[in-house]
Design a protein around this ligand. Sequence first.
Ligand code: F6R
Length: 600
Amino acid sequence: MCGIVGYVGATGGNDAIDVVLDGLSALEYRGYDSAGVAIPTPEMTVSKAAGELSALEETVSRDELAGESVGIGHTRWSTHGAPSDDNAHPHCDEAGRVAVVHNGIIENYQRLRDDLVEAGVAFRSETDTEVVPHLIGHYLDRGADPEEAFRLAVDHLEGSYAIAAVVEGSETVYAARQDSPLVVGLGDHGTYLASDVPAFVEHTDRVRYLEDGDIARLSADSAVVTDVEGRPVDRPTETVAWDAEDAEKSGYDHYMLKEIHEQPSSLRQCLRGRIDELEGTVDLPELEAIDHDGPIQFVACGTSYHAALFGAERLRTSGVDAHAFLASEYASDRVPVDEDTLVVGVTQSGETADTLRALREADRAGATTLAVTNTVASSAARECDHTLYIRAGPEIGVAATKTFASQQLALALLAFELGDEPTRGELEALRDIPGQVQTVLETTDARAVAETFVDADAYFFVGRGYHYPVALEGALKMKEITYRHAEGFAAGELKHGPLALVTERTPVFAVVTGDGETARKTIGNVKEVEARDAPVVAITDGTSDVARYADHVLEIPAVDDLGASVLANVQLQLVAYWVANLLGRSIDKPRNLAKSVTVE
Ligand code: F6R
């Protein structure tokens, strides 16, 4: 949550204000309650504003700050203190010499704040962050140089933080990381800092990921990383595969729509080199060291939890004891876990606090841990014993779309690695999914369905087996981007209560594929809602006679249920997108949400 950007430009480099504001725009998906920048030379200039980045852009004069080469910026998702100008970052010390931006939660801030107040410091905000510039200022007053003052201040902090700080007149950015991501970019025109690579990927692809406990000093031509005591630590320079174009909208009105349309290529990327059709095998060398035949537990949140439900179901079909848990409930559920358990954290960002907490608990209990993530070198990837990357590429829209589909495919591959060997037919079916998604994108009637139901009172989604997580996901997408009431149910559960909600103003989206027993039972549930006058939208491959009972049909190619769940979900993503579009919602940045949820 929250996005941090920092820059120290070399001679002939860019203006810091441009790099920082453009970087914040790439990170706005991490939070958009407020934004701010600090340019420390020749004297400290701080601008901040509640609301989206556009509000800050109105208060900052790029022209007046042109020519200055150092800066930091922040886009906020509120934790301590309401979204307001005062609570926006950067925060300063009393003398205005120090400016600090922070992502995370400083758990001991109240005690630090009380001590500082007792020493006579006047606070201007309600944030936990503000203790940091005051602590730095305190040590500067006692004669410490800026780096020493930063280090001494950080040494007081408990909790999770990614921090960047600048000091008036100094051409250096200081950074610290604990449980919150920070990456340094090494470019020809300067040195960059950010919560995530898209902030500076247009300038450089050479990066150094900071680790917990690291302190970094960024100057125009280098980044020196040490521990809190000042001892040098070596963080390798890596090259990231993302390019700037990946992080732009490419002519689509919204990142979400672009990312929905990227699914054929991101799914191909997920499968590339991992299916050997000649040998009839799945090849995941990163998982070769896992020798596991005990129970498997998935932990995840939100959309990733829906993918986890899908993964667990897939493994159970191979006879593996596999279950999915909401990461935030994992501890209180007292799930039995020991050294025979494999615990799989499914997390697009790799930074979700609830999921990391559950993985850490599993690790403490002796379990083997595996991260299934999109984000290279994320906390989950670094902390788990093993990592399987879903390779979806950057996802900027807050609502997860292409990463869900890639999670589904990555988990299907995982099931072949840990469960039964694949048959040739199963491998071919997996290989064909990206092309079938393309067919859905080219033939969909989702927009017309959205137009028909844009004024509905509520939206219900039902499915069984692999289609149950799809029903949950369809409802989540609908509620998060349209702000309309939507619920997903296991189709058989409808008659146990939710049926009371069904009226002629509540369309029911039913995922029905194949013509087996599961389909027949869901069709029975469709008839129940039809009899109560609810409009029915069937997402179907046309194999069964569900269309007879449906008012609208969203067609998908006829494939096995696993593949059908990927295809059906694409139709539901598009329906949610078009309803939100017709309602004029903030599709890429829905209210109250953030892309990466780093608080529990
Ligand atoms: C919904 C959505 C969220 C995330 C959840 C977990 O569209 O994106 O529900 O799925 O916050 O995030 P990750 O996958 O990063 O752990």
